[in-house]
Design a protein around this ligand. Sequence first.
Ligand SMILES: Cc1cc2nc3c(=O)[nH]c(=O)nc-3n(C[C@H](O)[C@H](O)[C@H](O)COP(=O)(O)OP(=O)(O)OC[C@H]3O[C@@H](n4cnc5c(N)ncnc54)[C@H](O)[C@@H]3O)c2cc1C
Length: 559
Amino acid sequence: MTEHYPQAEQFMASTHEVENQPKPLENYNLYLADKALQQAVEREGASWAYSDLIAFGELAGKKESIELGFQANKYQPELRTHDRYGHRIDQVDFHPSYHQLMTTAIEHGLHASPWSDPKPGAHVARAAKYYLHTQVEASHGCPITMTFAAIPALRHQPGLFEEWAPKITARQYDPRNIPHTEKNAVTIGMAMTEKQGGSDVRRNTSRAYPLAKEGSGHAYELVGHKWFVSAPMCDAFLVLAQTRSGLSCFLVPRWRPDGSKNPIQLQQLKQKMGNAANASSETELRGALGWMVGEEGRGVRTIIEMVATTRYDCMIGSSAGMRQATAQAIHHASNREAFGARLSEQPLMQNLLADLALESEAAMTYMMRVARAMDNQDNEHEKLLSRIATPVGKYWICKRTPNHAYEAMEVIGGSGVMENHIMPRLFRESPVNAIWEGSGNVQCLDILRAIEKQPEVLDAYFAELQRAKGADKRLDQFMIKLKEEFSNSKALQYRARTIADSMAVGLQAALLVQHATPEMADAFCAGRLDVNGGFNYGTLPSGLNCAAIVEKASPAVEQ
Ligand SMILES: Cc1cc2nc3c(=O)[nH]c(=O)nc-3n(C[C@H](O)[C@H](O)[C@H](O)COP(=O)(O)OP(=O)(O)OC[C@H]3O[C@@H](n4cnc5c(N)ncnc54)[C@H](O)[C@@H]3O)c2cc1C
């Protein structure tokens, strides 16, 4: 007969209670939890969107919405090139969670609201929503952005624009793989990059052959290859190909108007380290029908309208990544103790959290200022400012994100490395925005090109800085030094990153001293303009009110 040990059984059933672990950051209102964003929305002219943004923030913070991001990245897209009978289908299948993310984004106008409902603050309101939804999941932002960005390029071809714009801007997501003629709503991608050159698209070898008449708006067949085509289930793509007059831009649909499949053949999907829920393909064009958009031989000039808009969205996306990482880090440190005290209240952790919050708020403040410039393109200053502030911000904000994600992950400790936490996804996503749509160096060279071509853009930049003159001595000194950089015209290309860094930080500081809390503005000037040896995050100089900065940035979810 076996002896019975009731006490031992009891101990085995219950080894310990889980304590000193934060609850997941979910079921909170992403908008209401972000005081700096609310202030930016009001300041930059979209206070009318307040209730809509609250509702959207509520939706984005729901446990179920957050789960969609995990699901869409776990069950990644799969390519089926042929059906069971050997017909080419070029079909990418996505998990339902991806389709749900796309549906939410499109129904809320993230892909088009400033075009379909233009009014003062339209870009600002849309940027705020995009910023909230990207915090849930970033990959689906790629087709949303490309669809959004296609409109400025398509305006170069009024006939095509009139036919396609109503379907592009419709607030309906229709993922069916059927001809666009049978749909009320479409999405748009782009295909520029080829194996032999991405930044230098002049090396494109894909060719376009006219079917009858040549030139703008006419039909061609495209033959060649594209090394990166993201979101290949889009209904049409803006594609660069060579004609007799040089590189030209074409709108290439998935299906031909006669209902047959356009031969855009997907070879394979890329195995990406980040942006995994979104498919990116290698594609062959085997006589794909397309219509020329804009002037023949001026394809780069046409498609750059799309590219400039996607660069602006990269800024929003990376700012969003930093905001979510900051919120996760502060949430964790505020609900975890070590060595007898709350992590968020210990001096070194406060320094680090405040530094992460600084970077995040500076990025958001900058991108929301550019959103206002986008809203006011009929104002000369705003137009010039957006021309220069877009490459500066795209370069700087996207480049600041990877290390920020890594530091936020470290705040969370071991759990931050686990795949059931959002941090690994934020980290893997973090380098992508810096590389596509013109990598870092390319942005820096674009800054120089813009200044050389139109020196007034630099005047507009300094005029914007001038608005903050006198508010902080360190910033005043910084402006003088930055002007000196431009008086030296030697080796400009070699120094382009140095110049871009200073321009970005200078504009961020100018905006923060005017609009942020005094604690934030002081810390930014001390930590970014007056650098004395702090190389990593968490090396802010003494004498700053880090606790106030952390408190303002806290997502403040009750435990
Ligand atoms: C996830 C993902 C999805 C993508 N989706 C698409 C898509 O849908 N459509 C599309 O068309 N493309 C897409 N791309 C391609 C992307 O736009 C290119 O990778 C990017 O433009 C860089 O081109 P490349 O890879 O050929 O690099 P390269 O052009 O060879 O550049 C390599 C490096 O050299 C630098 N460089 C280039 N010129 C100079 C110079 N003059 N001086 C100094 N440095 C220089 C660049 O900054 C870069 O760091 C995607 C890329 C990624 C990663």
